[in-house]
Design a protein around this ligand. Structure first.
Ligand code: UDP
Ligand code: MG
Length: 320
């Protein structure tokens, strides 16, 4: 019934009461300005503060503002997925709630979409107010990931992007549980392009991506989009065995041709502990992949919705 909507915004939030009023003002102003009917779907990812109450007030005043509430905190990537399953626009724009993805950049994204691109990634040119550590690890990570992965995942691109409804269909057909959306969007193909922007500081509140969550997302990216770590075991194994054989030959030669006795204790301990370390490490790497299989095999739905406001029909993820 809402198929006349052109632009749908998807904005996930968790405990963002400090920024939501400012965001709602900016996003309504933006929707007034853009040419075409638009809607915004806020996804409450298990907030424990007043965030959902704030958004609910706005949904009562403006029918373009909608909200779905997840039954608990399922994580940012799942919250975005829930939003994607709910919207009905011809172009869908994914944004963070903290105004780090400036609404003004949306005009540039739309311009590219009108040129015919089906995915427009917003790439961070500069990042303000983020720690050196975060910038450094992020840039290193994107570099390593693009080396490891066979799909070209654009660098310094987060989840801020515009996608055509065709692409949304494609993403909906990918039911994987450990979701790394930026990789999935790169993987599906279609006509893709990049728009650059300077990433400002969070307007208020604190990051909801502590180091642990960031690490988990980073792991999902590597494990989900590369099998290089698995092959690493093969090469490391070959290399270590070759080393061991060479050393064995050396000891054998010493025993045959000289009277020298090679003192064994220290080297045995070092080699043994090195090899058991290696063994554990490689088992851990394999464990990461097995963990994903385990997660997939449970076939659980990705999320549950407890309440939806202004949304005609809530589409759950297909279970297979
Ligand atoms: N977020 C979410 N669920 C979570 C963590 C974060 O919905 O479990 C939302 C958060 O409210 C924000 C967006 O995801 O709208 C990005 O989070 P944040 O700005 O904290 O990440 P950062 O920009 O620091 O990487
Ligand atoms: Mg942020």
């Amino acid at each position: 019934m809402n198929s006349f909507v052109t632009y749908s915004f998807v904005i996930p939030f968790m405990n963002e009461e400090a920024v939501l009023p400012a965001l709602l003002e900016r996003i309504t102003a933006l929707m007034d300005k853009i040419d075409g009917i638009s809607e915004v779907v806020f996804v409450d990812d298990g907030s424990r503060d007043q965030s959902a109450v704030i958004v609910a007030e706005y949904t009562a005043q403006d029918p373009r503002i909608k909200m779905i509430r997840l039954s608990r905190n399922f994580g940012h990537q799942v919250a975005v997925t829930a939003g994607l399953n709910t919207v009905c626009g011809k172009a869908v724009i994914i944004m963070d709630a903290d105004l780090q993805d400036p609404p003004e950049v949306v005009h540039d994204l739309i311009a590219k979409w009108q040129e015919g691109y089906e995915i427009v990634h917003a790439q961070r040119r500069a990042r303000e107010g983020e720690t050196r550590f975060k910038k450094f690890t992020a840039s290193l990570y994107y570099r390593i990931l693009s080396q490891l992965s066979s799909v070209e995942i654009p660098r310094d691109v987060g989840d801020f992007r515009l996608v055509d409804s065709k692409v949304i269909q494609a993403i909906k057909s990918m039911p994987e549980r450990d979701r790394f959306l930026r990789g999935m969007f790169a993987w599906v193909g279609f006509r893709q392009t990049i728009v650059q922007f300077d990433r400002p500081e969070r307007v208020a509140g604190e990051t909801k991506y502590p180091f642990k969550k960031m690490l988990r997302l980073a792991m999902d990216g590597v494990v989900g989009f590369s099998d290089a770590p698995l092959r690493l075991a093969l090469w490391l194994g070959a290399l270590v065995s070759l080393g061991a054989m060479t050393y064995g030959a050396y000891i054998f030669a010493m025993a045959l041709f000289t009277d020298e006795l090679i003192d064994g204790w220290a080297s045995t301990i070092v080699i043994l502990s090195f090899l058991s370390g290696m063994n554990l490490l490689i088992s851990g790497v394999i464990g990461l992949y097995v963990g994903r299989i385990h997660n997939e095999s449970k076939q659980r739905p990705l999320y549950f919705v407890t309440e939806s406001i202004g949304v005609a029909e809530v589409v759950q993820m297909p279970s297979s």
